[in-house]
Design a protein around this ligand. Structure first.
Ligand code: NAD
Length: 499
């Protein structure tokens, strides 16, 4: 079996404790990908010492030169796109079309970061006083701890690391334990592109050990975490206590609302993609379909037919629409929610079980599942399931639909299908989410726009676009007085003093 290593101190090294975990293909449990280091606090200790040395080198590298490394990373990802997509599908299951998209998001993020190296704007503003200049500019912060989930093994680490690095920070990266090989390849590429070795540290391992060691280490002042709201709470408590800068991107319970006047063909394609793409394991997955009275029955019946026809299977095989779930615990969670939904008297109208058939019992497959007659407030409707389970609700008025959308603790994405421009604009204004799509599904973010959610989905920061560069840099202000005299702010030259 292939044995992988950490990248710490500028070298590929085994874990200090000598322990490993295995990574298997969720579509074929007899296919083991390799064994990966089970790291702990001793490994993190070495990684921090090395990253601090790397930081001193990297912060002194001009930002445009840092950007050039990002560009070369993008070029290498382009060359290896199909190879990476294939290994990503093998280790986490989503079909090749989707994993290619995941790599492409990393490429887009690399090229965006490359151009940012020539911007990294501060401000120059007039001073209140004569012969004095005032300006703000950015400084890097230090070592950033990067903790990522399994569902976007390439895109999410690049969303975090490329801006962090472009701003001049060093990174310690712990990929999710279900997708360590994609993390390994990403670090390989970053090194090949010319990133100074000690600027990046790869520490494999479990969340409770390697992840917790990163979060708790006083030498890591910045933590960027994407994962469940439950884990985010633990991470947030530690970071709050230790005064760390923290970005949290967490769970979602996203709704697609379809009005009577909508293009139903379009809405149908949207919900199929939104609910069952990535087997429902997207933070932006559509888990609630909210249908207006007039089109409810027709759209529901067409949706059931189409969902039943989706082809489950190995994402590396042609014709597969829906791959496996990530692991046994994820399937068990979905099964638990199917029981909860039935206990709440929602109607199970499609799926609801592990499929039978050739090869299906050798992977973590679960049928696309639809519950009808779901009522607002049910657990099925309120809690993140993170699997191929869609709850269908009915509404009469716009106010009612918007209230259903907003009445959950999460606030990542929302989608509205209508031809009415007034309803569309109201949706943009009134839906409590970080992202609202009009006539498009709840999934499909673009790398050059800010991404993130409100309420218990996030803590106010954004990934992607221009905003994330603020998270990874410290604003400093400089005043330069060339008047040759003591000029006292707010005391001399007081503006607004009556003559
Ligand atoms: P998870 O919370 O189980 O794990 C995420 C990461 O945290 C993993 O690397 C894990 O090893 C690590 N971890 C676990 N316990 C830890 C601890 N105590 N200390 C430090 N690190 C720890 O999440 P997951 O199952 O990998 O991903 C699914 C979740 O991620 C869903 O809730 C989904 O909505 C969310 N997600 C959110 C976004 C977003 O941008 N909002 C994007 C993708 C996924």
């Amino acid at each position: 079996m292939k044995s992988f290593k950490n990248f710490i101190g500028g070298n590929w090294v085994p874990p200090i404790g000598g322990e490993y975990f295995e990574n298997v293909n969720p579509a074929d449990l007899s296919d083991t990908i390799g064994r990966f280091p089970m790291s702990g606090s001793a490994d993190v200790e070495l990684a921090v010492a090395s990253a601090q040395r790397g930081f001193e080198v990297w912060r002194a590298t001009p930002a445009p030169a840092r950007g050039d490394v990002m560009r070369r990373i993008g070029d290498l990802m382009v060359k290896r796109k199909d190879e990476i997509a294939d290994l990503m599908t093998r280790e986490m299951g989503k079909p090749l079309t989707e994993t290619r998209g995941d790599v492409q998001e990393g490429i887009d993020t690399a090229y965006y970061a490359a151009t940012e190296g020539r911007r990294l704007f501060g401000h120059t503003v007039p001073s209140e006083m004569k012969n004095k200049w005032a300006m703000s500019f950015r400084r890097p912060i230090g070592v950033a701890g990067i903790i990522t989930p399994f569902n976007f093994p390439m895109a999410i680490p690049t969303w975090k690391m490329f801006p962090a690095l472009l701003c001049g920070n060093a990174c310690i990266f712990k990929p999710a334990e279900d997708v360590p090989e994609t993390g390994h390849v990403l670090v390989e590429i970053m090194l090949e592109a010319g990133l100074p070795p000690e600027v990046i540290q790869l520490v494999h391992g479990l969340g409770e050990s390697a992840g917790a060691a990163i979060v708790n280490h006083p030498g890591i002042p910045v933590i960027s975490f994407t994962g469940s709201t439950e884990t985010g709470r633990i991470v947030g408590e530690v970071c709050g206590r230790m005064h760390k800068r923290l970005s949290l991107e967490m769970g979602g319970k996203n709704a697609q609302i379809v009005f009577n006047d909508a293009d139903l063909d379009l809405a149908l394609e949207g919900v199929l993609w939104g609910a069952f793409g990535t087997t429902g394991q997207r933070c932006t997955a559509t888990s609630r379909l909210v249908l207006q009275d007039g089109i409810h029955d027709e759209l529901l019946s067409r949706l059931i037919d189409r969902a039943r026809a989706l082809k489950l299977g190995d994402g590396r095989k042609k014709g597969t629409d829906v791959g496996p779930m990530i692991n046994e615990a994820a399937v068990k969670k979905v099964e638990r929610y199917v029981d909860i939904g039935q206990g709440e008297n929602a109607d199970l109208v499609c799926g609801g079980r592990r499929p039978s058939g050739k090869g299906m019992d050798n992977g973590y497959f679960f049928e696309p599942t639809i519950f009808a007659r779901v009522q607002a407030g049910m657990r099925l409707e309120q809690e993140e399931i993170f699997g191929p389970v869609l709850s269908v609700l009915r509404f009469r008025t716009t106010d009612e639909a918007f209230a259903i959308n907003n009445d959950v603790k999460y606030g990542l994405s929302s989608s509205v299908y209508t031809k009415d421009v007034n309803v569309s604009m109201r949706a943009m204004n009134e839906l409590d989410n970080g992202i609202t799509y009009i006539n498009a599904p709840t999934i499909g973010a673009e790398a050059h726009l800010p991404f993130g959610g409100v309420k218990q989905t996030g803590n106010g920061h954004r990934e992607g676009g221009w905003e994330v560069y603020d998270f990874y840099s410290e604003t400093k202000v400089g005043y330069l007085d060339f008047s040759g005299a003591l000029q006292r702010a707010q005391i001399d030259n007081y503006l607004g003093t009556p003559d």
